[in-house]
Design a protein around this ligand. Structure first.
Ligand SMILES: Nc1ncnc2c1ncn2[C@@H]1O[C@H](COP(=O)(O)OP(=O)(O)OP(=O)(O)O)[C@@H](O)[C@H]1O
Ligand SMILES: [Mg+2]
Length: 440
């Protein structure tokens, strides 16, 4: 085992030498310093398991330094050594964050026992903070409203189970983000997370993407190829926009889900894949089944554990904390946000949900050029008079989207490329939406 490293700060030569000899004899690696200045430079240059600190030093006392140490190295245990009968000093040292104290003359056994305990506490603290960071770091922040909290509780259960999940929600609510997190949180986390957007491919191409093919099975199949179902073996298969999946492929998918088997196109061999299925859709799938564009049996097969992420405008209390969290991710530090900015953000309907909020904040931060964010940095939101979120919440989504598109286009002076960036959609989608609006 690597030797534990101790930093010993003591100005008296003889005492320093005595402690050092005892500690080295007990198997520690010891670095010495004789004043605060040397001590400061030692902690900058090396990392220690514990700090033994004489109370009175030529250039100051321990009380000045301990808070500084604790701020920079919260896990480093500090033991203060003081003269006899100096109760107020001991109390002050402990209050400022020291782990323990020793009174001169210090006995070797006592010194060692005290160090051991302190080092153990330091190690525990470090482990605990790593664990906390891991559990916080992997979970994306969606808000803390009641609606979201109970959703997240559900999701923890979902993540630990193996049932298929269906994540529904308007565009930009974070369905993709959530799917990935569920995988990260599940027991399959070390296996692949395989993602397919079902709206991008049709027919044979989609089928081949999912199931793979053998060489020559169709015109463009120039070599054997494994499909995503195969790659997702032992991991998670995420089928995004499942509502847009070709009906013919839906039939095949149903079989695959039920039997966990599939065949590559052009091959007779039946293969097996143990994947966990997560689907997402921003369409109302039940409605799609009524229209006949989504198979009912498939719907019931994937609708076992439905998760619905609420739109931002239906949980306005989450908008402020979410905005601050996103800004924090961008490295913006002038938080909390001004009340008037939060009010402005809450008062808007966010048809593009978190995606739109994120884009808007990014742009506002650029506009602010290092200044504190103010309403003026949110052109388009600022006094646009589009009504407030509560009114908007009562509007059909199509209507909101239409108004929003027009407003964003206006604010970009008709520049569609800029508008599509701001809206967080592709230029093609913008044209499609505009086409729908104008009936072209
Ligand atoms: N909780 C969150 N924290 C940080 N960023 C988020 C969060 N949720 C969504 N985003 C951001 O918003 C964008 C959209 O997220 P995502 O693709 O998961 O949404 P979606 O619901 O799948 O939307 P769509 O239906 O349009 O595909 C991404 O850029 C993502 O980084
Ligand atoms: Mg998505």
């Amino acid at each position: 085992m690597e030797k534990r490293k101790i930093l010993l700060v003591e100005d008296d030569d003889a005492t320093l030498f005595g402690y050092e000899r005892a500690l080295v004899g007990a198997g520690y690696a010891v670095t010495t310093a004789q004043d605060l200045k040397q001590g400061r430079s030692a902690v900058l240059n090396d990392s220690f398991d514990a700090l033994l600190l004489d109370f009175k030093l030529p250039d100051g006392n321990a009380l000045e330094w301990i808070p500084e140490i604790k701020a920079a190295y919260p896990h480093l245990p500090v033991i203060v050594i003081t003269g006899k009968n100096d109760v107020p000093t001991v109390v002050a040292a402990m209050k400022s964050g020291a782990e323990n104290f020793l009174i001169k003359p210090v006995e070797t056994d006592n010194l060692e026992a005290c160090l051991e305990r302190a080092i153990e506490v330091g190690a525990l603290r470090r482990r605990d903070s790593v664990r906390r960071r891991l559990s916080q770091g992997s979970a994306p922040f969606f808000g803390s409203s009641k609606a979201i909290s109970s959703l997240l509780d559900h999701i923890q259960v979902a993540a630990e189970s193996e049932t298929p999940l269906l994540i529904q929600g308007e565009t930009g609510t974070g369905k993709g983000v959530l799917a990935r997190w569920i995988h990260e949180y599940s027991s399959r986390k070390t296996e692949p997370f395989v993602e397919l957007n079902c709206s991008c491919l049709k027919g044979d191409l989609l089928r081949s993407e999912l199931y793979g093919h053998t060489k020559g099975s169709f015109t463009s199949a120039v070599a054997d190829r494994e499909g995503l179902v195969e790659m997702a073996d032992k991991g998670t298969l995420f089928l995004d926009e499942i509502g847009d999946m070709d009906l013919s492929v839906q039939t095949q998918l149903l079989k695959t889900i039920e039997e966990k088997t599939y065949r590559r196109i052009g091959e007779n061999r039946v293969r097996q894949s143990d994947f966990r299925l997560i689907c997402a859709s921003n369409k109302d799938l039940l409605h799609e089944t009524e229209k006949g564009t989504f198979r009912k049996d498939l719907y019931y097969r994937i609708h076992i554990f439905p998760i619905s992420i609420p739109a931002l405008r239906s949980r306005t209390e989450d908008i402020g904390p979410l905005a601050e969290n996103l800004l924090g991710e961008f490295g913006y530090s002038r938080l909390p946000l001004r009340e008037e900015v939060v009010a402005l953000l809450r008062d808007y309907a966010w048809p593009g949900n978190i995606r739109e909020l994120k884009n808007m904040l990014e742009r506002a931060q650029l506009l602010a050029r290092g200044e504190e964010l103010a309403p003026a940095h949110f052109p388009g939101l600022d006094g646009g008079g589009s009504g407030n979120a509560r009114d908007d919440a009562m509007q059909p989504l199509d209507e909101l989207e239409k108004r929003h598109l027009v407003k964003v286009l206006e604010s970009c002076k008709g520049d569609k490329k800029k508008a599509s960036k701001l809206l967080g959609i592709s230029l093609a989608s913008l044209y499609r939406k505009l086409g729908k609006l104008t009936g072209v």
